[in-house]
Design a protein around this ligand. Structure first.
Ligand SMILES: [Zn+2]
Length: 278
């Protein structure tokens, strides 16, 4: 496993991104006149320290004082231990998720190297950097129960975390809320315009149209999960070559399995008939 960090490149005035391997996670940087903020911290404290050093070099004389963690997954959060002295912020759900993650062995990180963010919030918060600022918003559950989106007003840039991914498509795990995901995205999509630049958690930049298309795919899978669940059909084996399925088989079926487990846990009773007629 190789930990590498690509160079920061500008995507808008004062806004930069870099890619960190091995997870190809996108790291953001916004440089104000008084301070700068990094968005996500890579996969290990060593990588986090490298990200901080590279961000500081890019920011020049402006100190990197802040970090935003979009969610608790290792490639976004586990680098935070490498940013001592930097004030960090995340949704309050990150802490509980991180405690659960501590129980999993993660390459490159010992549980003792995980640090909690300096502060947490529930709905929204801002960081003033001087001449520009970021708004950090939790629109609801989706990829996890604590995803946050980082908006850069005046520059048309939105950091979506893993609520959007342009490389390999959205990823769902045990902590994902598949059928709520599209509505959560709606909060973010509603503020985009034609010129908006959307920065996904992984992969190349996305346009507003790209983001809407991925939202539509997520909604399609949510509907498909309900259809299969009601028909008592397992997710495994449901995929059909050449059919309308937007994603490859393994990704499709994994997503549906998570969605169907959530439906079962919600107490939904499978039904083959239209509920209007029962
Ligand atoms: Zn993630």
């Amino acid at each position: 496993m190789t930990f590498e960090l690509g160079p920061f490149t500008a995507i808008a005035d004062r806004v930069f991104i870099a890619r960190a391997e091995p997870a190809s996670v996108t790291i953001g940087l916004l440089v104000g006149e008084e301070s700068a903020v990094v968005i996500d911290t890579g996969s290990s404290p060593t990588q986090g320290a490298a990200i901080l050093a590279a961000a500081q070099e890019q920011a020049g004389s402006v100190p990197v004082r802040h970090a935003v963690i979009t969610h608790a997954h290792a490639d976004h959060y586990f680098g935070l231990g490498g940013l001592p002295g930097v004030s960090s912020v995340a949704h309050r759900g990150l802490v509980a998720a991180a405690r659960a993650a501590e129980e999993q062995a993660k390459p490159g990180v010992a549980p003792t190297e995980l640090v909690e963010p300096s502060r947490t919030f529930s709905l929204a918060t801002t960081i003033d950097l001087g001449a520009c600022y970021v708004e950090i918003v939790h629109f609801g559950r989706g990829h996890t129960d604590h995803d946050v989106v980082v908006l850069v007003p005046g520059r048309g840039v939105v950091f979506a975390g893993d609520l959007l991914e342009s490389e390999g498509g959205p990823w769902a795990g045990e902590d994902t809320w598949p059928t709520e995901w599209p509505q959560t995205l709606d909060g973010m999509l509603g503020i985009l315009n034609k010129a908006s630049v959307v920065v996904p958690g992984h992969g190349p930049l996305m346009s507003r149209e790209d983001a809407f298309a991925q939202r539509a795919e997520l909604a399609w899978y949510g509907g498909k999960a309900e259809e299969l669940y009601d028909a008592r059909t397992p997710a495994r084996g449901a995929w059909r070559e050449g059919a309308e399925w937007p994603w490859p088989q393994a990704q499709s079926e994994a997503f549906l399995e998570v969605a169907m487990r959530r439906l079962a846990a919600s107490g939904r009773r499978p039904s083959r008939s239209l509920r209007l007629l029962t």
